[in-house]
Design a protein around this ligand. Sequence first.
Ligand code: FES
Length: 161
Amino acid sequence: MSERIDGSPFCPCAPVEESMLGVDRRSFLVGAAALAMAACAGGDGSGTTAPDTVGNKPDTVGNKVDVAAHPTLADTNGVALVTLSGTPLAIVRTGAATFVALSLICPHQGATLNASSNGFTCPRHGARFSLTGSWAGGERTSSMRSYATQYDVATGKLSIG
Ligand code: FES
């Protein structure tokens, strides 16, 4: 048996009364709910989301990718992982002169997605996405963020943004 600060007896194994905590049950539940919502809304607290745009303006070099520099993009369904202006991206060749550019930031809570043999997977909660970024299973979330692409056949450069 111990004593409280006011000198009254206190047993550490006795149930704790709400008045002892200085917070009532309703306040505690509201606070816990707010913490849970903060953890779900906007992610894991990191605030990481896919940016609206990547790189600089489409006519600048900053967001152009030299397709020939990425041998994995030589064939349809080839994937190259690049970072443009700090944004991790997957570029997927979908045809002779067509590509998709996808943010590798998971739309659920901002983890960085991994490329797999047939798409992308999230290491944090298991969301799966197709090669073109559509949600395909696991943790329910939206599809991967995609960015406009424009391929210049003459120069072999892919503009993203
Ligand atoms: S962060 Fe939750 S599934 Fe990707």
